[in-house]
Design a protein around this ligand. Sequence first.
Ligand code: CTP
Length: 404
Amino acid sequence: MTLGGKRILLIIAGGIAAYKSLDLIRRLRERGAVVRPIMTKAAQEFVTPLAVGALSASHVYTDLFSREDEQDVGHIRLARECDLVVVAPATADLMAKMAHGLADDLASAVLLASDRPILIAPAMNPKMWTASATQRNLATLQKDGIQFVGPMEGEMAESGERGLGRMAEPLDIVAAVEQQLSGPKPLAGMKAVVTSGPTHEPIDPVRYIANRSSGKQGHAIATALAKLGAEVTLVSGPVTISDPTGVRTVHVERAEEMRDAVLANLPVDIAVMVAAVADWRVASSADQKIKKLPGEAPAPLQLTENPDILKTVGHHAQRPRLVVGFAAETQNIDENGRSKLERKGADLIVANDVSAGTGAMGGDRNSVRLITKTGVEAWPDLSKTEVAERLALWIATHVSGTSR
Ligand code: CTP
């Protein structure tokens, strides 16, 4: 019952995604929330007030000018007697009304009158989402402090078109609601930079040196820090997973670009260097594709050392209050971890056992040991998301106490 007793005012606008709002109501109530629904006129073309009323076990409010509704609670009380206003789906039209302060129906009047936090889940055709008018309205609403979940990339129900515009899934909306209502966040007001993924070091325009890092652990840590309220910049090497929500992601390819992006973000309070940065790059990568010449041995690759980003940050004049590094070890884990901690100027080394079969590199699970100046803490085998969430909490409890 993570939402026990929380009062959600759910505004359903008119879009095909309204069918998902029925599931959203169910999911919110399963977690103990009390859901009071408002439907726009257009929403009632997609789902019926009867279904919404039955699932929410509440009166469904539809009309600004209904004597009955106004006598019951009135739109001003409706707007304020809740812990959170959720708009799902939020159409381009409703976003435009909100951005301009229009109030010609119950939904828009309530949104204008509300002094409660507002979370909206946009859903519209991808062309409508990218239209400059919608993007202007989005910027205005973000400036006004409105929180967003989605939209997601995917295929549109009506047209089969692909692109950004699908409403976030009900469970993702529930997660965003829980995050909104979770009370004071321990990392609020703090900034963090996280590196993630591999780097690609070019040999020539078509070839590069890389490693098996997937970015899963680093991306999960960026998400977990953001959930605790930190303002997170994720500097990601080339990965196939998508950018986390609630985080600013900067994409880079090479180690030197990754270092520049990290340094450009200082000062921060917290640095977590998770990327599997290539230790070496090709000394001078070729401008043209290297051709194989019949009968000739291939030219040897001249390698040169890459900058050590963690070490640079750990010894920087603007050193973050808490510097965390990772270590990929197959043996003498604690000993190697401790010397890495010292050498790189980190406060914590998260050592993962990457011996064959553990699956830490590229897989979904990780078994780590936390190595600090004062000792070692062994965590059980966990999913990368669990490692990330626990680590974010560890960071939250240690960031205030550190001074090097
Ligand atoms: N790191 C970095 N820049 C580099 C190399 C590593 O920021 N050029 C960071 C990684 O993000 C990670 C830690 O340093 O936090 C890993 O250190 P590294 O010395 O590469 O150790 P291992 O990968 O564990 O391997 P080894 O000690 O065998 O080189």
